[in-house]
Design a protein around this ligand. Sequence first.
Ligand SMILES: [Zn+2]
Length: 438
Amino acid sequence: MPILDLPYQNPISKDKKILYKNARIIDPKTNYDQIGELLTIGDKIADFGKNLNAKADQEIDCRGLVLAPGLIDIQVHFRDPGQTHKEDLASGSASAVAGGITAVVCQPNTNPVLDSVLTFDYLRLKSREIAYCNVMAYGAITKSMKGEELSDMNSLHQAGAVGFTDDGLPVMNANVMRRAFEYSKNLNVVIAQHAEDLNLSNKGCINEGIVSLELGVRGIPNISESVIVERDLSILEAVGGRYHLLHCSTSQALDAIRRAKEKGLNVTVEVSPHHFTLSEDQVLISKTNAKMNPPLRSKEDRSALIAGLKSGLIDAIATDHAPHDLISKEKTLEEASFGIVGVETMLPLSLALYHNKILTLPQLLAKMTCNPAKIINYDGGEIKKLGRADLVLIDLDCEWKIDSSKFLSKSKNSPFDNFNVKGRAVMTVVAGKIVYSL
Ligand SMILES: [Zn+2]
């Protein structure tokens, strides 16, 4: 059984020294990649280098494994408050650290919605008490995520909101989107969009394509995503601000982002591991466990996402971790809930990009550390002196089979059950404390 510990409820003593020896230290932000040692004192990185000659209270032989900044997942649904039978801050964060993730950004579509200072206070206090990693959250763009009236962004930002989104739902009203950009501009935070034109989606449940035709179910067309992205980028160009596209799934949306970046607009984009690992035909195998929103797309879209990762167009990898209980998934494709769990499989699935020589290791890790940190203005995701001691120790080459029954998440809804993968997190450190060890 893995070992778990709470970094804030049970914090490391301020002067405790831990020396990580014989580690391949990688800092994607500076492209540092050396075998050496890293010393933490309390919750900070004190030093790192080839040979520190340091005395420590504890020494850990890293056996040449990769020691990198802890991963940052800027898209998770921990269902807390409101649906804690599916996940809560304890189980979600346990699941995260088991995947090498040391910081997450929760989406606001909880019950109640994260649209008030009170909900942010709850999240902060509760996660200090029961979470195994750093927990942040986006605030809702609109009150109750109804898409009508803007939330009080200023107060929410002061209460800790790292950006704003109505994820789960798109902001369909263009004028609301315009106002959101205007308000967020002064706060210098992103407006993150779940890009989906609900009229074009027309209650579709999987990608509109060969598989939806074969199964005779309603599909969600690619333009459902891209028309909203094109609209948002037009508004952004006129108004200013920062735009972040959540879980991009189509080549058309990615093209729009490319053009916007070429124009110099302040735009970032993330992709989820399932979208660059699988395509729509996985629905025939995994059924409702391959149903998520946006859906798994065509092979051409998948290739475009991989090309976008390779070229650097895609800034970040984020899971869209969406736990559901059995009842929500043991239904017809049309009736089942959207979403799959992801925090425990992000790293091994993403490492395939490295093993298949699509990205170098620093390039890949940047998309899960310093790049997402920048998107949410977070002081983390790098290895630097006096930086936060949030780290992950990665065994790149261990081959193993994903077993969803062993997930620390309360939910097991994953199309990757029984998948053969290579590489995983073997130890995770949050605020200097070893919070997870395989
Ligand atoms: Zn979404």
